[in-house]
Design a protein around this ligand. Structure first.
Ligand SMILES: Nc1nc2c(ncn2[C@@H]2O[C@H](COP(=O)(O)OP(=O)(O)OP(=O)(O)O)[C@@H](O)[C@H]2O)c(=O)[nH]1
Ligand SMILES: [Mg+2]
Length: 463
């Protein structure tokens, strides 16, 4: 592991979000954390944190010279059983920006340096408290949009991904040693048997990597969400449906055709999966420039959709406009939503079934919560089916991890090909070594400072 000089400093930052709250926390970490805190604190009974046992809480005041800055509770946590594995002091002040900034300023005046974004977590990594994949999971936990993704991030934080990667690494290192032995001590007879065994085991590890990559597809969906785009001719109930799925009156709904002019985008979650719901304008023939732009945008969104909900009005026969849209959507994943089921039906369901297939259509009423519920279930089933969505097991979602694993997979496939052929074994061992390096980049065993800085720059200050 390389030496990182910044570790000598004692760092401090406001660890709670900007705004007002009951309490706010200033976090201090480093060799001088306790001394810095003692320099600004006046604790009850003239106590000093330096004399306090680790993991205890103390009442007092933060002072700036003779001035009282804020009344606080202070937690002292001594290395190594802390977030950063260094001495950590957390000052709980009143949760307003002025008291918190004043406390921070006092702490900085006493000799701490302002922490960079993610620097506390970076230290946790550099001090060996967690590996890089775990450190990155901290950001995922904070940013999780749904409970399902939160659960996934917790697995990674606990080190399940790291353990799996270590398992692959260990086996690859064994195979590497075997290949090296064959290169250095070739003995007739043994070689053929060993080559076959190595090839089998390499193939096994390639499959483990492939399995992890398979799950990454679901991981990305759980992290980023799916884009669902509502389209359909005017007045079919797109905006009503958007509101029903969001469970709030977000879009304007009227019985005037052409109510929605602009594309409307909202985040929601359907059964633990984050989704972006997009309501589009129903206009098909532009009457003016604004409508022309609205149509252009609707088309862009339709193209980018993970699933298009083509809304149809069940109380009216199929019209040319419906057919035109159906034609446009021929290449997209579509769920035909026949709306207004509560009214007498005129639409030709048999014809629709022929166009979309029974599995890809559903009759509902946007005004009936029960049927909106059924729609949600159907959407999720379609996503699970079409995207092979998995919500269990280790689901990698970090692009950096996915890229490194894809590279490792290529190296392993290369190694297998070379092993099966008559090529010199030097090339095989090189491929295995490179695959190991890729895995090490994920866990941070082998990583350069630049990349490390870039990873942690994505974090918030105070984490
Ligand atoms: N009876 C009945 N009326 C509905 C249903 N869904 C929507 N409506 C009504 O249909 C009309 C049009 O609804 P909107 O949601 O504005 O339709 P839209 O597709 O967004 O229309 P544009 O924005 O003009 O393209 C409104 O009067 C809604 O109350 C339904 O399931 N049943
Ligand atoms: Mg609308």
């Amino acid at each position: 592991m390389y030496q990182y000089k910044g570790l000598e400093d004692t760092i401090a930052a406001i660890a709670t979000p900007a705004g007002q709250g009951g309490i706010g926390i200033i976090r201090i970490s480093g060799k001088e954390a306790v001394a810095v805190a003692d320099a600004v604190l006046r604790l009850d009974g003239k106590k000093k944190l330096a004399d306090a046992p680790s993991h205890t809480l103390h009442h007092g005041w933060v002072m700036q010279g003779k001035d009282m800055v804020d009344e606080v509770l202070v937690a002292v946590m001594l290395a190594p059983r802390t977030y950063t594995a260094e001495d950590v002091v957390e000052i709980n002040g009143h949760g307003g920006q002025t008291p918190l900034r004043s406390i921070l300023q006092a702490v900085l005046n006493a000799g701490a340096r302002l922490a960079l974004p993610g620097e506390f977590t970076k230290r946790a990594f550099l001090n060996g408290r967690m590996d890089l994949a775990q450190a990155e999971a901290v950001a995922d936990v904070i940013n999780a949009k749904t409970e399902t993704f939160l659960r996934q991030s917790h697995y990674q934080l606990k080190g399940e991904l790291s353990t799996r990667l270590e398992g692959i690494r260990e086996e690859l290192m064994k195979l590497y040693t075997m290949v090296e032995a064959l290169i250095n001590f070739p003995e007739d007879g043994i070689e053929i048997e060993s080559r076959k065994q190595i090839l089998d085991r390499l193939g096994g590890q390639e499959r483990v990597v492939a399995k992890l990559l398979q799950g990454s597809h679901s991981g990305r969906i759980l992290k980023e969400g799916m884009r669902l785009v509502l389209c359909g001719k005017p007045n079919v109930g797109k905006s009503s449906l958007l509101n029903a799925l969001l469970k709030e009156q977000r879009a304007i709904v009227t019985d005037i055709a052409g109510t929605t002019r602009d594309v409307l985008e909202e985040s929601a979650q359907l059964k633990g999966i984050p989704v972006t719901l997009v309501d589009t304008a129903g206009i098909l023939e532009p009457g003016n420039l604004i409508e022309e732009e609205a149509i252009r945008r609707s088309h862009l969104y339709m193209k980018s959709a993970d699933l298009v909900l083509l809304v149809l009005d069940g109380s009216r026969p199929l019209e040319d406009q419906d057919r035109a849209l159906t034609e446009q959507l021929k290449k997209s994943p579509v769920l035909a939503v026949v709306n207004k089921k509560d009214l007498p039906q005129q639409i030709d369901l048999v014809r629709l079934g022929q166009i979309f297939g029974e599995a890809n259509m559903i009759g509902i009423s946007a005004l009936d919560p029960e049927s909106v519920h059924e729609l949600e279930a159907r959407i999720i089933n379609m996503i699970r089916r079409d995207k092979n969505l998995d919500t269990h097991g280790i689901l990698i979602s970090n692009i950096r991890h996915i890229k490194a694993l894809e590279e490792a997979q290529k190296n392993l496939q290369g190694a297998c090909r070379l092993m099966a052929g008559e090529t010199s074994l030097e090339f095989v061992s090189e491929e295995i070594k490179t695959a190991v390096n890729q895995l090490d980049a994920i866990t941070g065993r082998n990583i350069n400072e630049d990349l490390l800085d870039r990873i942690f720059a994505e974090f918030c200050i105070g984490k």
